[in-house]
Write a protein that binds this ligand. Structure first.
Ligand SMILES: Cc1cc2nc3c(=O)[nH]c(=O)nc-3n(C[C@H](O)[C@H](O)[C@H](O)COP(=O)(O)OP(=O)(O)OC[C@H]3O[C@@H](n4cnc5c(N)ncnc54)[C@H](O)[C@@H]3O)c2cc1C
Length: 412
C-alpha cells in the first residue's frame, strides 16, 4: 500500500493553498493532493464569470455567515486580503482592484490563478486528479484512505472537499460523510447560498426577464423586525430573480424561511426613496402623472407592470392623465407599497446546481482555529467550503479558502 505523510483530499482553492503551505513549511515530507475530478480547479475557472474574483480589498467577518463572526475573524486575520495579494504577486499573479473593491487578476483570466497555484503546489507535492476518495478510516497510527485508486496510508489528512454547490465540478458533499465517519457532526441544515430565487409560474415578474436595476431587498420577520437588507443590482429572469442583491440575500432568506415560514422578502425598486418619502411626493406632486413619475425612475416594462398591479388594469387611462396628487389615499398607498415594499412571492430557489456556495457544514467549534485541526480526530484538518462558513459576493468565499487553507497547510 502506498504511504504518504500528508494527504489532502480536494484540489480546489482551499486544498491547493493547504498543499502549498504544507510544502513550504516542511518540504521534506511526501505531500499528495487527491481530487475526484478528471480536471482539477473547475470552480476556480468558472469563478467571477471566468475572471476569478480572488479576494476583496476590505475583508471583514461581517461579509460572512454560518459560524460566529468572532470565530471567522480568528481565521481571516491569520491570512488577510493584503497577504493574499502579496502571495499571488509572489506567484506571478498581479491583482487589480475594481471600483466595487473586488480584486481580480490583471489578466482578467481565472486560468492565470489556477495555473500559478498548480505550478507552486507541484514544487513540493503531487496532485492526482481522477482519484476519488470514498472513505477515510482512522486506524490510530495512521489513516487508511480508500477510493477508486485503491488504498493509501496517510499520517495526516486535510479534508478540503468543498460543499455541494455545482456538483458537476466534483464537489458533491461526499466530504461531509467522510467527516461524519471520523466523528464530526454537521449543522442541522445544509442549503444553497448565493443562489437565484424562483417565483410562481405565471407571476408577472417572469415577464420582466432581462430587466436589471439597482434595488434594495429587505427581509422581514412577521413581527415587522428587519432581519437583513442588501442594496445592489437585481436581474429579473424567466424563472424569477437573480443578480448580486438576490444572491447575497438568498442565504438569509432561505435560512430564515426554514425556521419561520412567514418571513417576508420585499423589493424597493427605487432605493433612494423610502415608503413615507414616496407617499409625500405623491401627495405634493401636481405636474406629473403616475406614468410620468415612474417613467423617470424605472424601465418602461416595469412601470407598466407596477401601475397595473397598483391601480388595476382598468386604470391605464387614469395613470396616464391624472396628476399623482389626485390619486385617492388608497391608490397612493398601493402605489407606494408596490414601488418601495413589493413583497416577492418566493416559490423556491434554483438549488445546488446553480448555487455559488453552500451554507452550513462542519461546525467551527469542532476545530482548533489556529491550526484548523480537528478537536475530535487527531491529525485531521479541514479548510474551505466544507466548513460552516459562507461569504457574500465579492471574493469573500475564496478569501475563506485562502485563509483556512493557509492555516491547515502550515499546521499539518
Ligand atoms: C459559478 C461560481 C462562481 C464563483 N465565483 C466566485 C468568485 O468570483 N469569488 C469567490 O470568492 N468565490 C466564488 N465562488 C465560490 C468559490 O468558488 C468557492 O467558495 C471555493 O472554490 C471553495 O473552495 P474549496 O476548495 O473549499 O472547494 P471546491 O472548490 O469545491 O473544491 C473541492 C474539491 O474537492 C474535490 N472533491 C470533493 N469530494 C471529493 C472526494 N470524495 N474525493 C476527492 N476529491 C473530492 C472536488 O472535485 C473539488 O475539486 C464561486 C462559485 C461558483 C460555483
Amino acid at each position: 500500500m502506498k504511504k504518504v505523510d500528508v494527504l489532502i483530499v480536494g484540489a480546489g482553492a482551499a486544498g491547493l493553498m493547504a498543499a502549498i503551505w504544507a510544502g513550504r513549511t516542511n518540504p521534506k515530507r511526501q505531500i499528495v493532493v487527491l481530487d475526484g475530478a478528471k480536471k482539477i480547479g473547475r470552480k476556480i475557472l468558472i469563478a467571477g464569470g471566468g475572471r476569478c474574483n480572488v479576494t476583496h480589498y476590505e475583508v471583514t467577518e461581517k461579509a460572512y455567515a454560518g459560524a460566529s463572526r468572532n470565530a471567522i475573524k480568528k481565521v481571516l486575520r491569520q491570512f488577510d486580503a493584503a497577504q493574499t495579494a502579496d502571495f499571488f504577486k509572489q506567484l506571478g499573479v498581479k491583482l487589480k482592484r475594481e471600483e466595487t473593491g473586488k480584486l481580480f487578476p490583471v489578466t482578467d483570466q481565472a486560468k492565470t490563478v489556477l495555473d500559478a497555484l498548480v505550478r507552486e503546489v507541484t514544487k513540493t507535492a503531487t496532485i492526482l486528479p481522477d482519484h476519488r476518495v470514498e472513505s477515510v478510516q482512522d486506524l490510530g497510527m495512521h489513516f487508511e484512505v480508500v477510493g477508486n485508486f485503491g488504498k493509501i496510508q496517510a499520517q495526516k489528512v486535510v479534508l478540503a472537499t468543498g460543499g455541494k454547490s455545482i456538483p458537476k465540478t466534483g464537489s458533491d458533499g461526499q466530504g461531509y460523510q467522510i467527516a461524519q465517519s471520523l466523528g464530526h457532526s454537521l449543522t442541522n441544515r445544509i442549503f444553497p447560498a448565493l443562489v437565484p430565487l424562483t417565483v410562481p409560474r405565471n407571476h408577472w415578474i417572469r415577464d420582466m426577464k432581462g430587466v436589471t436595476l439597482p434595488v434594495t431587498l429587505e427581509l422581514w420577520q412577521p413581527t415587522g423586525k428587519r432581519l437583513e437588507s442588501f442594496t445592489n443590482s437585481m436581474l429579473c429572469t424567466h424563472f424569477g430573480l437573480s443578480g448580486p442583491a438576490v444572491l447575497d440575500m438568498s442565504r438569509y432568506y432561505l435560512d430564515a424561511v426554514g425556521i419561520e415560514p412567514d418571513v417576508r422578502l420585499t423589493v424597493n425598486w427605487v432605493p433612494d426613496w423610502q415608503y413615507d418619502d414616496f407617499i409625500q411626493h405623491l401627495k405634493s406632486e401636481r405636474q406629473q402623472t403616475p406614468l410620468q413619475l415612474l417613467r423617470s425612475l424605472l424601465p418602461e416594462r416595469l412601470v407598466k407592470a407596477i401601475l397595473e398591479q397598483a391601480l388595476g388594469s382598468d386604470n391605464e387611462g387614469r395613470a396616464a392623465t391624472l396628476p399623482v396628487n389626485q390619486l385617492s389615499k388608497d391608490e397612493r398607498r398601493k402605489l407606494a407599497q408596490m414601488v418601495t415594499r413589493f413583497q416577492v412571492p418566493v416559490a423556491g430557489d434554483r438549488g445546488f446546481d446553480f448555487a455559488e456556495v453552500t451554507a452550513g457544514g462542519i461546525p467551527l467549534k469542532e476545530l482548533r482555529l489556529s491550526s484548523m485541526s480537528s478537536r475530535i480526530c487527531p491529525n485531521l484538518h479541514f479548510c474551505g467550503e466544507i466548513l460552516n462558513v459562507d461569504g457574500q459576493i465579492g471574493g469573500f468565499n475564496f478569501q475563506w479558502a485562502w485563509s483556512s487553507g493557509y492555516l491547515a497547510g502550515i499546521s499539518v
